[in-house]
Design a protein around this ligand. Structure first.
Ligand SMILES: CSC[C@@H](O)[C@@H](O)C(=O)COP(=O)(O)O
Length: 339
């Protein structure tokens, strides 16, 4: 396979590397990834994350394994294991299904070309969303975003952050409120890092400050990404997105979800059918691993820690996809079933 380079994944001289997102923003360390076990562990630990990027990463790993000489049966088994590594992000299933179809039709020899196509397609999808989204943002806008949806979460410029980068490229003035995004701080660690790299003026806030900022008229628009959009427009994203949508609705602040067609699940009728990943209590009881070691809750405090929540379509102003911006009326008419 040819060399491929993104901000947080690269295929170089026949080997696959992942930028360890646990260590960002303080260290930029590339980890080799040469087995399904390694890729699955990295996905579960969120060392590689973002719905589009985990699909691309798992596909590149399968291509790598095909180049190591695994048989079609062995590749099939590994593909099924990778497919189950993260339940909410439908991009992972979509990518693996395309790799499996290629395996069936062309055998292992087709996998490298398929993975390359998935990578390059994701770059293109990001650019398209960025173009459509940036048209909606006026000069001088204050944008609020949640979690991390940029070049650390895709093979390209990102989804919501892709739009933000394009607004900046177009020379418009802007300022971004960065939700820190509890419990794993993807906003505080990763989006703040990306905003600085893009040269976008930004301010980090606790997740629970958004309502006050909206009441003060300091937020013009909310842009978020998604791990899965159901056929009726309900969508899952990092926990805290739903509360943002509720308060944006209350304050009449436009609220957009930005995602490629690979995030849309036409088989999923509505948000209730989206599986939500439950994560370790330790992420809420304190912090651990490369974030440090602090436990602030009393030992054995019961915890509820869903990684995602579901925002109903009724709270969404528009769906910024790679094919354009869709309204409530278009979504209600079933456009997502035909993408
Ligand atoms: C382009 S990223 C889309 C989503 O995956 C993103 O908004 C998000 O919630 C990421 O969550 P994470 O658990 O950090 O992978």
């Amino acid at each position: 396979m040819k060399d491929l380079l993104a901000t947080s994944i690269k295929y170089q001289h026949g080997a696959l590397y992942v930028l360890d997102q646990h260590q960002l923003p303080h260290q930029e360390q590339w980890l080799p990834c040469d087995s399904s076990d390694a890729m699955i562990a990295m996905i579960k630990k969120l060392q590689i994350r973002g719905a589009p990027l985990i699909g691309i990463g798992a596909s590149l790993l399968l291509a790598y394994l095909s180049e190591q000489g695994l048989t079609a049966d062995e590749l099939h088994t590994q593909a099924e294991r990778l497919r189950a590594a993260r339940p909410t992000a439908v991009n992972l299933m979509n990518c693996i299904d395309r790799m499996l179809a290629t395996l069936e039709n062309e055998g292992p020899a087709g996998l490298s070309r398929c993975a390359e196509q998935l990578f390059e397609e994701d770059v293109d999808l990001c650019n398209r969303m960025a173009g459509f989204g940036a048209e909606l943002i006026f000069d001088g806008a204050n944008i609020l975003t949640h979690c991390n949806t940029g070049s650390l979460a895709t093979a390209g410029v990102g989804t919501a952050i892709g739009v933000i980068g394009e607004v900046k490229q177009q020379g418009k003035q802007l300022h971004v409120w960065v939700d820190e995004t509890r419990p794993l701080l993807q906003g505080g660690r990763l989006t703040a890092w990306e905003m600085a790299r893009l040269g976008v003026p930004h301010t980090l806030i606790c997740d629970n400050m958004a309502a006050t900022l909206m009441a003060q008229g300091k937020v013009d628009v909310v842009l978020v990404g998604s791990d899965r959009i159901a056929a009726n427009g309900d969508f899952a994203n990092k926990v805290g997105t739903y509360s943002l949508a509720v308060i944006a609705h209350h304050h009449k602040v436009p609220f957009y979800v930005v995602a490629p067609y690979t995030t849309v699940d036409p088989e999923c009728p509505d948000g209730k059918a989206i599986p939500i990943e439950q994560r370790s209590p330790a992420e809420v009881q304190g912090v651990s691993g490369s974030f440090g070691e602090v436990n602030w809750a009393p030992d054995n405090t019961p915890v509820y820690n869903p990684a995602f929540d579901v925002t109903p379509a009724a709270l969404v102003t528009g769906w910024i996809l790679d094919t354009g911006v869709y309204s409530q009326e278009q979504i209600a008419a079933g456009v997502l079933k035909t993408l």
